[in-house]
Design a protein around this ligand. Sequence first.
Ligand code: NA7
Length: 546
Amino acid sequence: MNRDLDVIVVGAGFAGLYLVHKMREQGRSVRAFEAGSGVGGTWFWNQYPGARCDIESMEYSYGFSEELEQSWVWDERYARQSEILRYINHVADRFDLRADIQLNTKVLSAHYVEAEPASNGVAGSSDAGAGRWQIKTDDGETWTGAFCIMATGCLSSTNTPNIPGLDSFAGEMHHTSRWPHEGVDFEGKRVGIIGTGSSGIQSIPVIAESALQLTVFQRTANYSIPAYNGALAEETRVAIKADYQAIRALNRERGAAFGINWGPPGGLTFDSTKAERLEAYERYWEMGGLGFLGVFEDILMDQRANDEISEFVRGKIRAVVDDPELARLLSPDHVLGCKRPCVDTNYYKTYNRDNVELVDVSEKAIDRITERGLVTGGREFEFDCLVLATGFDAMTGALHSIDIRGRQEQTLVDKWSAGPITYLGLGTNGFPNLFTITGPGSPSVLTNMVTSIEQHVDWIANCFDFMQGQGHATIEATREAEEAWVFHVNEIADETLYPTCNSWYLGANVPGKARVFMPHIGFPPYVEKCNEVVAAGYEGFDFSSA
Ligand code: NA7
């Protein structure tokens, strides 16, 4: 087997699959390496009860193939994990991608082997592997490729809390992002769950239905907006499919690259009267989902605007939760939207059940996990099953779990020790021909991921064609360009309320991680910049024809 490829891809989720398809279309040899035993990335791993996308199914899907988007039939407004995984598997089969995907294979290292000038003075001619990426996998194999593309996902590296005694628990313990595919039976069991982010908020109502007793340990109350999920009406499907590409184009003009059902941005909060504002909050709340945050355009810009809408949400919590003290504990006090809000089905209502208890660990952290359960606030809890819904080492965790080395053996971990440094979230100086899909510094997690993935893959594919046409062998972001880009990404974030709370956007959920706002806010200006860079001859990138 030829172990020298044009393109090495790490990961076989939405990004890896589209990359394999696109590279093949261009006639390049490509292979994707995937640690899981199936394709799907985050949708393969996150099989916890209630797992569901918080972007509507008709939008959270590939747009690159008209036949695919016309033929696939989504069941629900918000697709459940199993439906998305079925879709991804369908894509793998439909485009015959599996032949170039190697499952059950973890990439341990990716090293750039520098081109040595040979005795004849031609760089790279002295060593067959020089000027190429060399990866080693956990099955002991070595592969080389001209390009290495990290399609490793933004939310794929598990954040396991460093609570003392974690390994001593004798019952069943599962992290939501590594959920057993055969499922977990909670019937008649005492269950504890740590974490009230999206994974916790989606799984709590479902677990509560079968568990004997469910105890939720909440460090930070989170905002959640009702999904109003349900079967997707046939007329909705037909209406969207009648002009799918136009809807996708419209989405690409939106800040987060999704939101077909949302109304036009409502202007500035305080340009409306109090009565108009309350009517608007109510109307957007009734629409359900993340579109609620689009009710006015300054929700994440103006503290006073945010205060008002946050209080509106707290009012909704108070209206649903019977016990006022419980409602108070469930009411967030941070800026709405600075942590990703959740989209739920019956979350707050679940706390009215007799078999659900909320334990606030905001003041006093969980002391330790014991053989039988956990101890906090001087009280011991006993469980048959413990669920860790504690999230991810987002955006950089998956990259740093691989020993990535660029020129002069520099590691990516070292280079990014004070936070990720990229140009456009696509490349980083010192690591020629290495690309990241939806990397830090790109809009990624603040957008419809599938749209952002397609934009990145298309940009890279066009770049490869350009390089081929020009006879270029390597592309590398310049130091000046990436410094200016990191500054720009932070400058935009600093004008907003995003940096005001301890979110995973900032790396603040992982102890010791550098606190830097990682995603670029705003999809359209980002795409415009990517296009301008190309129009200006790939400004900010250096090429060599070694
Ligand atoms: P999140 O959103 O990072 O949520 C993790 C939750 O776990 C959050 O409530 C954390 O509290 C909590 N947590 C983490 N460590 C601890 C410890 N040590 N003790 C108590 N509580 C802890 O991850 P999710 O998987 O829910 O969702 C991630 C994204 O996936 C989501 O935003 C969607 O985009 C899809 P904290 O808030 O840090 O105080």
